[in-house]
Design a protein. Structure first.
Length: 744
């Protein structure tokens, strides 16, 4: 249940998360649904709902008392659409009433008043194409009635609006990044590039398209709000309270002191809707402000999938060449990012993906071109913890393709490419933990090379002989993938990089850590660190997440690692307090921020250096069996080894990894959660700075699974989630290739 709302105006706000907005209820609550444009383009002048019952309301842009925009990184996003349609499904209004089912029934009767010029032009074009008589809209009622009957037989006007009369935002490149090393530093070295590829032992070109998988949501996005004693209360799973607080102030044109945002728990794997989640909350709050009644809006599953999907669509083309030992001598990557109609985080996404192309590998010559463009698709966002995952997936599959081409073991190709060549101009100097050990240990523990060789020979036999007698036996495969996760991005970011920590030791020997409250596991780590340094009981340590409006953190949550960076700040603050506590009276307060040293390690102008504060590394291996008849997958083993530097609580870390594995297995195959038989988790322990554990599974397991499935099917899997149709087509195409080869 939500915390009891404050009824007295105050400038202090709690940033604790608590409960779920969807279970909150109040008397006389109104239920809302968004009114969305049915057309991908056009000019909408107004919307209306005929015969709207008493107690039901329809609001649109003209009802907004303040600004109709929410601003982020110099980009203004509409609260409600007006005039030109930006994309199909754009929210143009909000419909609400006391009966939720009635609201959705009324939603079907909503009519849009399109600009008459574009409508008449569209009607004329369609009628001409259909060879129907042209009827003027100014003629009598009988003819208009006949005209309506004619229109009913024609294609939807929404799809044939005259776009020449519509001012549309054309697709444009809004962010780009070019990274070069070796021969590609000089753009005139095209002849060297051609010569290098022609004289290489192998050449390979591969394309990948990976869209982040829509997770199963425990709770769809939405919000609940109510008005009481002149104060507005909004419950929503926001991760960016500062942005939402300012947006509500500007849109509703009321003082911040009259707005109380109550953060509720985020759910699912992808928890960071950022701007889109905040826009939903503003739309609901607007309805409450105008009616002075409680309002709840929960997106439908279809809306969640279409308009709240995580991340961006990426098309990636790799072209590589190298030596017969697997060493990549040249890697050329072209990445096309579809941002949808808008995305205020375009440059950061572009830069992070450019860095992720290399993973921990160091090609001798490197050319990376990343371009991000807008489109007529719904707006996208940044998922801070997984912005690298799509590229890491493609890179690991590329390594597997090299192995297949050269008949080498994956660990051989990985290890030889992790070494930097002499006189290298490789731009990134990220200090990865001992990735070599994670690879060699996983290969040894899983008996990877023996199984890989056996399954590989079986796959070759099937391809060459198409052996039908053993068709009923399950197909087997094993895959391996390595990846990293970061604690703090040092490059040019849309978010403030001045992460701060404030800790106070009071006269009663109680320690107050003033910060956003992390997970229970990390809270325990912070308290343990503080307790050991200051020699005070853990029960005397409290975490206070109350902030004055003027001091509210400006960046979203998860911008920096709560364990890799914040625990370091806890240690520094407590060490300073310990030095002072016997020389000056209590209370003593210590304030620390992220060191500027880490920023100096990165050259943003030349895009070189160490782009991350700390990194964690992982190698995952997965063994699968595939039933030829049912296409059902069974995982017979998962092996994971992680190097995350200093490990504070191994038991808690293992629980986190197990949970993330279970979550990830629900996204790899369409409409199915995979189960596993054996799980082996190991940590490399060291005294290096602690790195982030979360998202390591997400960055590695999908590629390990796809390479295992590729080996089992003897055909490359380049898209996830895997579908039955995809498996069927791969087996069918392989059989056709075999038949054609036999007829030659």
């Amino acid at each position: 249940m939500p915390r009891k709302a404050k009824v007295q105006e105050s400038s202090i706000r709690s940033l604790d998360s608590n409960g779920f907005y969807s279970i909150i209820s109040k008397k006389d609550c109104l239920y809302a649904a968004l009114v969305r444009s049915p057309a991908p383009s056009g000019i909408i002048k107004s919307i209306n709902c005929p015969n709207l019952p008493e107690g039901y309301f329809l609001f649109d842009a003209k009802d907004i008392p303040g600004s109709n925009f929410i601003e982020c990184n110099n980009l203004k996003s509409k609260i409600f659409g007006f005039a030109n349609v930006s994309y199909q499904g754009e929210a143009y209004g909000i419909l609400l009433g006391p009966d939720e089912s009635k609201v959705h029934e009324l939603l079907k009767n909503i009519s849009f008043n399109f600009d008459i010029k574009s409508l008449e032009s569209a009607v004329q074009q369609v009628i001409t194409k259909q060879k129907r008589p042209v009827i003027s809209l100014q003629e009598n009622t009988k003819e208009i009635s006949d005209f309506v009957d004619i229109i009913n037989d024609l294609p939807s006007l929404d799809t044939v609006l005259d776009k020449s009369l519509v001012t549309e935002k054309k697709s444009q490149i809004v962010a780009s990044r070019l990274v070069t090393s070796g021969i590609y530093i000089d753009s005139s070295n095209q002849y060297k590039d051609k010569e290098l590829f022609e004289n290489s032992d192998f050449q390979l070109e591969q394309k990948y398209n990976q869209k982040l998988v829509n997770p199963t949501w425990y709770e769809n996005d939405g919000a609940f709000s109510y008005y009481e004693a002149g104060l507005l209360h909004v419950y929503t799973p926001t991760k960016w309270t500062y942005n939402l607080q300012n947006a509500l102030k500007d849109v509703l044109d009321i003082p911040s002191e009259k707005i109380y945002i109550h953060k509720t728990n985020s759910s699912g794997i992808y928890t960071n809707g950022l701007l889109r989640t905040n826009i939903l909350a503003v739309q609901v709050a607007l309805a409450t402000y105008l009616t002075k009644k409680p309002v709840k809006l929960i997106l439908t599953p279809e809306e969640q999938s279409l308009f709240m999907a995580p991340g961006v669509d990426v098309n990636l083309t790799y072209k590589v060449c190298g030596r017969k030992d697997g060493k990549i001598t040249a890697l050329k990557a072209n990445i096309d990012i579809d941002l949808g109609y808008e995305n205020p985080f375009a440059q950061e996404i572009t830069d992070r993906m450019a860095i992720a192309v290399c993973n921990f590998y160091k090609p001798e010559n490197l050319f990376i071109s990343v371009k991000a463009h807008t489109s007529k698709n719904p707006p996208t966002t940044i998922h801070l913890k997984s912005v690298d995952s799509q590229i890491l997936f493609a890179t690991e599959n590329l390594i597997q393709s090299i192995c297949d081409k050269l008949n080498l073991f994956p660990d051989e190709v990985k290890l030889i490419n992790s070494k930097e060549s002499k006189n290298s101009t490789f731009p990134f100097v990220s200090e990865f933990p001992d990735i070599v050990k994670t690879i060699t240990d996983v290969v040894s523990d899983s008996d990877f090379n023996r199984k890989y060789a056996s399954f590989h020979m079986d796959a070759i036999d099937r391809v060459e002989q198409d052996s039908q007698p053993f068709f009923a036996l399950p197909l087997r495969g094993i895959g391996i993938a390595s990846a990293y996760n970061i604690s703090g991005y040092c490059g040019k970011s849309n978010f403030a990089s001045d992460t701060k920590m404030e800790i106070t030791l009071n006269s009663d020997n109680r320690l107050i850590i003033h910060a956003l409250k992390p997970s229970a596991v990390i809270q325990k780590i912070w308290k343990t660190t503080a307790s050991e340094i200051l020699q005070i009981p853990i029960e005397n340590i409290l975490i206070n997440s109350d902030f004055d409006l003027s001091e509210m953190p400006k960046s979203p949550e998860d911008t920096f690692s709560s364990i890799g960076i914040f625990n370091e700040l806890v240690r520094k603050c407590c060490s300073e307090i310990q030095r002072k506590r016997f020389h000056q009276p209590l209370p003593i307060t210590s304030k620390k921020a992220t060191s500027s040293i880490m920023k100096k390690n990165w050259d943003p102008e030349n895009f070189k250096g160490n782009p991350f504060h700390t990194t964690s590394s992982i190698t995952s291996a997965i063994e699968v069996e595939l039933d030829n008849y049912t296409y059902r997958q069974k995982i017979t083993g998962i092996w994971v080894e992680i190097d995350c530097g200093e490990l504070f609580d191994e038991a808690a870390a293992i629980r986190t990894i197990k949970l993330e594995i279970q979550q990830e297995l629900s996204t790899l195959v369409e409409d199915k959660t995979l189960e596993y038989e054996n799980l082996h988790i190991k940590f490399n322990k060291s005294n290096k700075k602690s790195g982030q554990i979360g998202e390591l599974i997400h960055n590695s397991l999908p590629a390990a699974f796809s390479t295992a499935m590729s080996l089992a099917l003897a055909s490359p899997i380049t898209e996830l989630p895997v579908t039955e149709k995809q498996i069927y087509n791969l087996i069918k195409n392989r059989s056709l290739r075999n038949k054609n080869r036999g007829n030659e």
